[in-house]
Design a protein around this ligand. Structure first.
Ligand code: CAO
Length: 415
């Protein structure tokens, strides 16, 4: 079976996390992704957080599957010529260097257009145009400037960053969508274009509901589904909501059996209005189904703390999996707090290819997250990340360089 992006060639000039997640997705959809790395060093993540001496780190291997690696010194005049040849052969250049780095290398948008007017140039930057556009940005900075940190955590504590890499992987996803959209537009216009995904914008897009709440707060001064209601105070900005549910169906994280020694013996419980009567029956508070203080969503809002405390008295008598099973029998939405260990061992995630075991020639077997997006006509096979420069000769030959030319460029330090 073919792949959705068969025939698309990507010049992958990305490093660290945000850019590589984007190009890895494109590779999983079938694009030929040629990762250009600095000769001798490579993507800095190859050696960051190493767990096996001498082997590429999991940080690198888990973000660079299905790619080819070539090493080019793009500041060397002869290396620049190799990069030019690649630009002429590829459809998309993806980069996430610090602002201005590509220009400093001599590859401005104008120069790239001269070389290949069909080329799409896709960039991740920390910020879009404005006062901070020249700043370098990492994951947690993006979470802080995109509205995630100020709205995450508990009211009586400091802002908190989340484990989900919404700044890096989230922006990589945004960029991937921009790239395939630009490729689609090119089929009609024949022209390339610039695609920019700023990490601040990507995080803010994922925090859309919090900007909704900012406006609700300004209009009404109170948000009744937030834990600050009815006894706490609201200030001028959207407060941290603890574990409250973001939507109109109140939820909270509740203890389950074993919580005293297991940090993940908890369940997320949603008091979804259509199943309120079933909730009352399951927890043994049948009278709440008709009591005017509890029977309607509006009546429940000022009593959510008391309601969740009562539900918790029930969940504490069950393991999170027992509670999940019983609640699902009654169509009550809930979710056990799964540890990474439990997820790694999850058979169903392995069956669907969401968790994949990969063999690597230096580090041996490791687990990775496969393609979370499943296409029925374009199945994903996850293959290992490339060793540094593993495909330099192969790609150079495809570009038309002879054996002698390749050797000479290597001697000159250009590749
Ligand atoms: N040959 C020669 N030079 C190369 C090269 C190659 N193959 N590949 C890269 N370089 C050079 C660049 O040209 C740049 O040189 P100058 O500084 O002289 O222009 C240099 O390597 C370093 O690039 P950088 O500034 O991007 O790297 P950094 O480690 O200093 O910064 C980061 C890293 C991530 C903060 C920065 O790249 C950035 O802000 N990127 C945009 C936002 C982003 O993607 N952040 C997410 C990172 S994941 O958490």
């Amino acid at each position: 079976m073919g792949k959705a992006l068969d025939g698309v060639r990507i010049l992958d000039f990305t490093h660290v996390q945000s850019g590589p997640t984007c190009t890895q997705l494109l590779a999983w959809f079938g694009a030929d992704v040629i990762k250009v790395e600095r000769a001798g060093a490579g993507d800095i993540t190859r050696e960051q957080l190493r767990d096996v001496p001498g082997a590429d780190s999991l940080y690198f291997t888990m973000l660079n599957h299905n790619k080819r690696s070539v090493t080019i010194d793009t500041k060397n005049p002869e290396g620049k010529l190799v990069l030019e040849a690649l630009i002429q052969k590829c459809d998309v250049l993806v980069e996430n260097f610090a602002p201005g780095a590509l220009d400093r290398m001599g590859f401005t948008w104008e120069r790239i257009q001269e070389l290949n007017p069909r080329m799409i140039v896709a960039s991740v930057k920390g910020f879009g145009p404005g006062p901070y556009e020249d700043c370098k940005v990492y994951e947690n900075v993006a979470q802080c400037v995109g509205g995630a940190a100020s709205t995450t955590g508990f009211d009586d504590g400091p802002p908190v960053v989340t484990g989900a890499q919404i700044g890096d992987s989230g922006t990589g996803l945004h960029l991937a969508l921009g790239i395939v959209t630009a490729l689609y537009q090119r089929t009609m216009t024949g022209r390339g274009q610039k695609v920019l995904a700023a990490m601040q914008d990507g995080v803010l897009n994922l925090c859309r509901v919090k900007l909704r709440d900012q406006q609700r707060l300004e209009r009404t001064g109170v948000m009744k589904e937030y834990p600050q209601y009815p006894n706490g105070t609201f200030g001028e900005a959207v407060p941290r909501a603890g574990n409250a549910s973001g939507g109109g169906q109140p939820g909270w994280i509740l203890k389950c059996k074993g919580w005293e020694h297991d940090p993940n013996a908890y369940i997320y419980f949603i008091t979804q209005a259509p199943v309120w009567v079933k909730i009352c029956n399951v927890i043994g508070r049948e009278e709440w189904a008709t009591h005017p203080d509890y029977a309607t969503p509006d009546a429940r809002l000022p009593r959510l703390k008391e309601i969740f405390a009562e539900v918790e008295r029930w969940t504490m008598t069950k393991t999170k999996f027992e509670a999940m099973e019983i609640l699902n029998e009654h169509d009550i939405p809930c979710g056990p707090i799964l540890s990474m260990k439990e997820i790694a061992d999850d058979e169903s995630l392995r069956k669907t290819g969401t968790i994949v075991e990969v063999e690597h020639p230096v580090r041996g077997k490791y687990l990775t997250v496969g393609n979370p997006i499943k296409l029925s006509d374009s199945p994903t096979e996850v293959t290992r990340s490339p060793l540094l420069g593993e495909h330099t000769d192969e790609v150079m030959a495809e570009l038309g360089y002879s054996r002698e030319q390749i050797d000479a460029l290597r001697t000159a330090g250009a590749i």
